[in-house]
Design a protein around this ligand. Structure first.
Ligand SMILES: *Cc1c(COP(=O)(O)O)cnc(C)c1O
Length: 443
């Protein structure tokens, strides 16, 4: 194959990508839905949101869907819905966006972090059970970068210990695990629908559940106008009318309006995404150093909208070449987004170690806890080095085989010529990846 572009050779990617990366797909129908809301001055009303919830619940296969102003709020309410309060603990993977866990502090609770599986990038089911303590109330599962977490063993552990499971579906809306829709397997599902995600409606979030008590608890936290004294959950009734959390979590109706249109076409658009992404990985099957992050074929699971697509890096197959150098060479071939890393491990941030958020006179992480749940250094080795094991791949939204082939060729070419890159490899910086992770937020 020809000389690497980083050394002056011709680039592997030559064609204009056109609209292959454009997302979300916005048509006249979205525009008209938005115009209707703003022309009627209905931005803060709820009639469109209620319709969106009804359609969402049906699509999700859940009894209830409750819309939120963002995913962080939906996950906060999911924790409250599961009864998490002062002194309680949740178990979360350390490699995730902070919005999966940081809200637990404001409930007086805390988190213990578990390891992620190096192939799925989701919580490792074998690293959960020994973390369960007297006050553990829930496991937070994140279907990371579109990959479904291994729910069967997780549900089995939760049942045995009588604790709840919350699914953070922010990366995998509409995805399947063994034929079951993500978000409906645990007790409560909650997700972001913000513009960077695969189901992108603007700022927004959604909570889904089949459990009336969980649903009503989610309402009382931040949907005061929907908190009625007719609630089925008797102990909540006396407080109707005011938000028990002191939060206001209503979805903006411009988001609900866009959401209704986006949802209509979402499954069909995701199917095209998966066709394109699977084609990309089929082209690269067996190429040394790079490994696919996807579910096995015919598993009846899928990668949903393949949010923030990434590949697994195995430097030992490329003579120890750093992912930093590897990605630099791939970018030189014309794959502009090939950056190393993903979310940095949360347990390495001082918010989860020393920070006294509420003036308890001690770190918030242990302020109300019955034990010191903080991790020691090197206790989650995969999470701590995850940045060196991951790189971004193109997130194709359209199935244009000729273009996809050019991008795949860029990765193949760098892998085949890796020896030329070993000399002058600066190695990885001390920290790869960031707290925000996606391009719409600068670290
Ligand atoms: C985006 C995201 C959230 C938070 O959602 P927002 O809508 O941005 O508040 C939570 N969890 C994960 C895994 C996310 O990626």
């Amino acid at each position: 194959m020809s000389k690497l572009a980083i050394f002056g050779g011709p680039k592997a990617v030559k064609s204009d990508p056109g609209d292959i990366f454009d997302w979300p797909i916005i048509t006249k129908e979205d525009e008209e839905a938005v115009l209707d809301v703003i022309r009627r001055g209905a931005m803060s009303a709820t009639e469109i949101t209620l319709k969106f919830e009804e359609e969402f619940a049906k699509w999700q296969g859940s009894r209830y869907a409750l819309a939120f102003n963002n995913g962080t709020a939906a996950l906060h309410a999911a924790m409250y819905a599961c009864g998490i309060g002062v002194g309680d603990e949740i178990i979360s993977p350390s490699v995730t966006f902070w919005g999966s866990t940081a809200q637990v502090f404001s409930l007086g609770g805390t988190v213990t972090f578990a390891e992620v599986d190096p192939d799925t990038l989701c919580i490792d089911p074998n690293d959960i059970e020994h973390r369960i303590g007297e006050r553990t109330k829930a496991i937070m599962v994140v279907h990371y970068l579109g990959h479904p977490a291994d729910m069967d063993p997780i549900m089995e552990i939760a049942k045995r210990h009588n604790i709840k499971v919350i699914e953070d579906v922010s990366h995998a809306q509409g995805g399947l695990y063994k034929g079951r829709k993500l978000g409906t397997i645990g007790d409560v599902g909650a997700m972001s629908l913000m513009s960077g995600k695969s189901l992108a409606i603007g700022e927004g979030g959604m909570l889904v559940t089949d459990d009336i008590e969980a649903y009503e608890r989610a309402i009382v936290m931040g949907h005061y106008e929907r908190f009625k004294d007719t609630f089925e959950t008797e102990y909540l009734r006396p407080f109707a009318g005011l938000p028990m959390g002191g939060y206001k979590y209503r979805m903006h109706q411009v988001s609900s309006a866009v959401g209704r249109v986006q949802l209509k076409y979402y499954d069909e658009r995701c199917e095209e995404i998966r066709k394109a992404m699977n084609y990309f990985w089929d082209l690269l099957e067996g190429v040394p150093g790079i490994k696919t992050h996807r579910v096995p074929e015919n598993s009846n699971s899928n990668m949903a909208g393949w949010y923030a697509a990434r590949g697994l890096y195995r430097e030992e197959e490329l003579g120890g070449l750093s992912v930093t150098r590897f990605a630099e060479a791939v970018r030189a071939e014309g794959v502009l987004d090939c950056t190393p890393g993903c979310n940095a491990a949360l347990h390495t941030h001082e918010l989860f170690y020393s920070c006294d958020v509420y003036g308890h006179g001690k770190p918030t992480r242990i302020a109300n806890a019955i034990r010191d749940v903080r991790e020691l250094d090197n206790s989650l080795p995969i999470s701590e080095k995850i940045g060196s094991m991951i790189y971004a791949i193109p997130w194709f939204k359209r199935y244009y085989p000729e273009i996809i082939e050019e991008y795949a060729n860029a990765f193949r070419k760098v892998s085949e010529n890796y020896k030329e890159l070993l000399e002058g490899d600066p190695g990885n910086p001390p920290k790869l990846g960031g707290w925000h992770f996606f391009k719409h937020t600068e670290d």
